[in-house]
Design a protein around this ligand. Structure first.
Ligand code: KG4
Ligand code: ZN
Length: 330
């Protein structure tokens, strides 16, 4: 029996394949991004996404196997994202994984992408300790969850409208920055001053989030202040986002008293966000677990590592696509 899992991730606009061992060490990884395919639409165009996945998936698998010098005998199982995500994109990964599992006679697990993000903090080095408070901030999701242990997920709150990443991307578009918007906003914000007081939606209540009002408020400001300074708008926007995320986290830490705080998802690649979370960790004495910066955004290594949990639990091998799969679902 081999000691690597082949992970496949095609839920949105990245075709990613990786080989990962049980300890989160990455033997090989390759990610093909579709930014150029979608940039003229200002967002991900589902039809084009699945076509691009279809073109990229087999060569990417071949590249990764060659990089690691691995063959079927080095593999224990295949793990592929089953949801949430775009139906057409998920189907490309799932059908490819299924075909390979039959050809190579290997077990194949359908993996929850959100659980993959949580496992990203243990890539390259084990970090997560339980009970853990998890904040997932990505393009598709914004949520706060409490994990008593690796297998019990309690959802504390989610967003009522836009996700944080979506908001970063839309503000980037308002400011005339290209795709992907998050990294551009993060860079601009680093050299700006947070002097504009944008609203902090729902900052004083519970664990639910709402970001569309903040996004509209930035758009209104830009419209009514033609002399606006991009860096300062970006810095003020980021300041408002981090204030809201930080307030919810502090509230949850006070109530739940977790052993660690994990912040995951694409926006966890942000330098500003990472610094802010470090500050909260020092203030509260709760240890902070972040994914290595390059593994915060969608990648197959986190899916492969999550697959090891499914193997350990002897989980059912479910391979039907679930575009709306939730964190609390298997
Ligand atoms: O986790 P992810 O790759 O995909 C989803 O599962 O949605 O997250 C993508 C999101 C995008 O909105 C992107 O703009 C944002 O993560 N992002 C960032 C950074 N890198 C990616 N946001 C802020 N700073 C970054 N450095
Ligand atoms: Zn993701």
């Amino acid at each position: 029996m081999g000691d690597l899992v082949l992970g496949i991730e095609t839920s949105c606009d990245d075709t990613s394949v990786a080989l990962v061992d049980q300890n989160g060490q990455i033997a090989a990884i390759e990610t093909v991004s579709q930014y150029e395919v979608h940039s003229e639409f200002g967002g991900v165009y589902p039809e084009l996404a699945s076509r691009a996945h279809l073109e990229a998936i087999l060569p990417t698998i071949e590249t990764v196997m060659a990089q690691a010098g691995a063959g079927r005998l080095e593999l224990r199982a295949i793990g592929v994202t089953r949801g949430p995500g775009l139906m057409g994109s998920l189907l490309v990964g799932l059908s490819t994984a299924q075909a390979l599992s039959m050809a190579w006679d290997l077990p194949c697990y359908g993996i929850n992408h959100l659980r993959g993000h949580i496992r990203s903090v243990d890539l390259e080095e084990k970090r997560l300790t339980y009970p853990a408070l998890v904040m997932l901030v990505s393009g598709g999701h914004t949520l706060l969850a409490y994990l008593q242990d690796q297998h019990s997920y309690e959802l504390l709150g989610t967003t009522r409208d836009d996700s944080v990443g979506e908001c970063y991307d839309k503000v980037a578009r308002t400011l005339g920055l290209g795709m992907p918007g998050g990294p551009a906003i993060d860079r601009m914000a680093a050299s700006g001053t947070a002097r504009i007081k944008f609203p902090r939606p729902m900052i004083h209540s519970g664990y639910e989030f709402s970001f569309s009002g903040l996004k509209s408020s930035v758009a209104r400001y830009v419209e009514t202040h033609p002399e606006f300074v991009i860096d300062d708008v970006a810095a003020s926007f980021v300041d408002a986002c981090l204030d809201v995320l930080g307030a919810k986290l502090r509230r949850a830490i006070a109530q739940k008293r977790p052993a660690s705080l994990a912040v995951v998802g694409g926006v966890a690649a942000s330098r500003q966000l990472r610094a802010h979370m470090q500050q909260i960790s020092e203030e509260t004495g709760v240890s902070l677990c972040l994914p290595p910066q390059k593994w915060a955004t969608d990648n197959a290594a986190m899916i492969a590592l999550a697959t090891w949990d499914y193997i350990a639990q002897n989980a059912p091998q479910e391979l039907d696509p679930k575009p709306n799969l939730r964190l609390v679902d298997a």
